[in-house]
Design a protein around this ligand. Structure first.
Ligand code: GRG
Length: 309
């Protein structure tokens, strides 16, 4: 149940759950798994470039969502870790390509120089390609204790989330919309449900599939993910205006500079914050039937709007 003012009902509060220590523990596990996933091998330059961006930090929100959902649905972190790493590889490749001069053209990411600034555009493109291919190899070759049919379903979901029906499609409409001042809310929603939302949804849905969640649970978790995905992007647009470059680890104020349509440009800052809160409340409402087990996902939903980077 969601209160009419957008606040979560009392049974959805996550105040007893220590999100900070949960995130730190999960991030440490993910970092260790990522470190081991990608070797330094020959040809040195490409592995170095792939590792440079993959191991550059970041919140690791996508792998953590996958692990948390798998555990909520009765699976183990070990069952989901290869997919969790693959999701971060895909996310990282999308950042490398997004930062290229032909795309968003940025010099900084995660507080470091972007991949192409260090290795050149040719290697940055290939580092992205290498990470994308490796992500699928990693899921297929490393997932254990999960029926093969479920692993295939995860691979299929990942492929769809990345391709023209997901990230790629969202990025194309984003590029086509640049410099236009008549972008509708519908188009903006299309861009972000595909460019950002599709992968976040794949994190949650793949965690549920790996755990063998029942169809109705999957549907609820999928709606949770859709809501936090959009909230995440609204907050991203807000932070582009309100946060510093140090906080963001990348150039601040990019959207205004590029005259991009954003949620704050359509709604204003205050209404954007209200909309993000309402989406988070709706997301939490989808978890009501899971009880105590849902605490990590409830807290992660709160983190989406509370974050400063
Ligand atoms: C996927 C084949 C393929 C191509 C890529 C470039 C591109 C197509 C899509 C762009 C996708 C993109 C960069 C979306 C933005 C998503 C977003 C809000 C990123 C920031 O995520 P955080 O805040 O970053 O989780 P950290 O650094 O914490 O991981």
């Amino acid at each position: 149940m969601v209160a009419t003012d957008g606040r979560p009902a009392p049974n959805q509060q996550s105040s007893t759950f220590n999100l900070k220590s949960y995130l730190e523990a999960q991030q440490a596990q993910v970092e260790a798994a990522l470190e081991q996933s990608l070797p330094q091998a020959y040809p040195d330059k490409i592995y170095e470039a792939m590792r440079y961006s993959l191991l550059a930090g970041g919140k690791r929100l996508r792998p953590i969502l996958c692990l948390a959902t798998c555990e909520l649905a009765g699976g183990t972190a070990a069952m989901a870790m290869p997919t969790a790493c693959a999701l971060e590889m895909i996310h990282t490749m999308s950042l490398i390509h997004d930062d290229l001069p032909a795309m968003d053209n940025d010099d900084y990411r995660r507080g470091k120089l972007t991949n192409h600034k260090v290795y050149g555009e040719d290697i940055a493109i290939l580092a992205g390609d290498g990470l994308l291919a490796y992500a699928f190899e990693w899921v297929a070759s490393k997932t254990q204790d999960v029926p093969a049919q479920q692993v295939l379903q995860v691979i299929s979901h990942l492929g769809r989330a990345v391709g023209a029906a997901g990230l790629v499609g969202g990025q194309v409409v984003d590029l086509e919309s640049e410099g236009k001042n008549d972008i509708t809310l519908e188009t903006l929603n299309y861009i972000h449900t595909h460019k950002t939302g599709a992968l976040l949804k794949a994190c949650v849905v793949s965690g549920a599939i790996l755990a063998g969640a029942a169809e109705d649970e999957r549907q609820r978790l999928s709606r949770y993910a859709e809501n936090i995905g959009l909230a995440f992007q609204i907050v991203d647009d807000i932070l582009d205006i309100t946060a510093t470059q140090e906080e963001l680890g990348k150039t601040a104020g990019k959207d205004l500079q590029a005259q991009k349509a954003t949620y704050p440009s359509i709604w204003g800052l205050e209404e954007s914050k209200v909309q993000a809160q309402q989406l988070v409340a709706a997301a939490k409402g989808e978890l009501a039937t899971f009880g105590e087990k849902a605490q990590p996902l409830l807290a992660l939903a709160d983190f989406i709007t509370a974050r400063t980077s």
